[in-house]
Design a binder for this molecule. Structure first.
Ligand code: AHM
Ligand code: MG
Length: 408
């Protein structure tokens, strides 16, 4: 039998069978210790410490190799696996990859905002009458460009655009993507956590633009609006990316919630949590209590009870970042409730159904929690306009149900 060449060999620093390295020559598997390879160049025969493995031992080594702590699953490889398993199609894989690329770019802009003079206001007001930050505008452009370039998106609707936009003919695809490119942007100038939120809807035949016809743009816009206004129940995928001490990408495709952390050493999202389950209950509440005076009396009673549950109970802890992605992420991992209620000034609360409340509710339900407007499930609400606002109560099932009892 011909001797294996040194270039074929793997090295191991240990003599134990499980840690010896394996190489194969035709149908026979060989193990070589590091010493034998280094000292004797692993020449076959003579005094060289090479062993021939039985097939079962070879399989054992292969199994050990699979469990290596150095094996990392990237978002890309995870998405490809979902595609192979038939959970998503190739087009959606590309859309999701484009979104992750947009998030990486936005993270870099957020991190360098002070240096590149991207803090402060832009000077314009968005469709909802809010002052846009410079980074709101830039992030919207980054997100939109990445989606357009994917060639798989047909319509995009953003917090920062007045109406949903149909992607140009040459790049046109089927998926409908709704997003808030930089949520919690009032926190940016103080370098506090922010995030991007997105939801993806399925192709809708009623909406596919016939690019050959002479439809007026207004009609196209109207058709886009109709198609974007889908209830959260129709979401195919939803997720968010949090720009914080770590950059975390959380995603659901309707089969559990998965979390990926950006490894800054090589710029890839790495799978760090699978099938996240929100605790059934949690003694943390996140509300902007500055609005207490404007709230409904039933809600005041609920909050009063959390703070003073009587002699038998321990008060809840208050945690409020003022950044939905950050507050939601903590709630997802530790349990508790996040709320943005309606009040005397804002009859429908502040948060937007399409690209804030619905995607987050899809994620929380996939993690075993609840998303409610106080009376009904957020995912059941049929939007009637793009920037529609709804009250949001989201988090651990028991906590949201407790609140619903107070409000009913
Ligand atoms: P934005 O999309 O304009 O950033 O507004 C949404 C944000 C949420 O992230 C956050 O939970 C909420 O507004 C905070 O509002 P407030 O400052 O009224 O507490
Ligand atoms: Mg927002």
């Amino acid at each position: 039998m011909a001797a294996p060449t040194a270039s074929n060999l793997s090295f191991s620093s240990s003599y134990s069978i499980s840690r010896l390295s394996l190489f194969q020559h035709k149908k026979t598997s060989f193990l070589c210790t590091k010493n034998s390879i280094i000292k004797r160049k692993c020449r076959h025969g003579g005094a060289v410490k090479c062993m021939v493995l039985e097939k079962s031992s070879a399989a054992e080594v292969t199994r050990t190799k699979k469990q290596s702590v150095y094996k990392l699953q990237t978002l890309t490889s995870w998405l490809l696996k979902q595609e192979q398993d038939g959970v998503i199609d190739a087009e959606l894989t590309i859309v999701l990859s484009s979104i992750s690329m947009a998030c990486k770019q936005i993270a870099s802009l957020v991190q360098r905002a002070g240096i590149s003079k991207l803090t402060g206001v832009h000077g314009a007001v968005n469709a909802q009458g809010e002052d846009q930050k410079k980074l709101d505008v830039v992030s919207n452009e980054v997100f939109s460009n990445c989606l357009r370039a994917s060639g798989r998106t047909g319509i995009i609707a953003s917090e920062e655009e007045d109406v949903p936009v149909a992607v140009e003919e040459s790049y046109y695809g089927n998926y409908i993507v709704v997003f808030d490119p930089l949520d919690g942007s009032s926190n940016i100038d103080a370098a506090v956590s922010t995030g991007s939120i997105f939801g993806i809807y399925s192709p809708n035949d009623d909406c596919l633009l016939d690019l050959d016809d002479t439809t007026m743009l207004d009609n196209v816009e109207q058709r886009c609006i109709v198609n974007v206004c889908q209830p959260g129940n129709n979401l195919l995928a939803a997720g968010y990316c949090m720009y914080s001490s770590s950059m975390i990408f959380v995603l659901t495709l309707g089969n559990g919630v998965f979390s990926f952390t950006l490894d800054p050493m090589f710029g890839e999202f790495i799978l760090t949590q699978e099938n996240i389950q929100i605790p059934k209950a949690g003694r943390i509440y996140a509300f902007n209590e500055g609005n207490y005076r404007l709230w409904d009396d039933r809600l005041k009673k609920y909050i009063d009870n959390l703070k003073d549950p009587g002699p038998s109970g321990k008060p809840y802890s208050a945690r409020y970042i003022g950044s939905l992605v950050g507050d939601f992420h903590r709630t997802l991992l530790y349990g508790g409730i996040y709320g943005y209620p309606r009040d005397k000034k804002n009859r429908n609360g502040k948060l937007r159904l399409l690209y804030e409340c619905a995607p987050m509710s899809f994620i929380v339900e996939q993690a075993g929690g609840k998303g409610s407007d106080g009376l009904q499930r957020i995912l059941d609400i049929q939007p009637v306009e793009i920037h529609q606002r709804v009250p949001l109560y989201i988090g651990s099932t028991e906590e949201v149900e407790k609140l619903e009892k107070y409000l009913s």
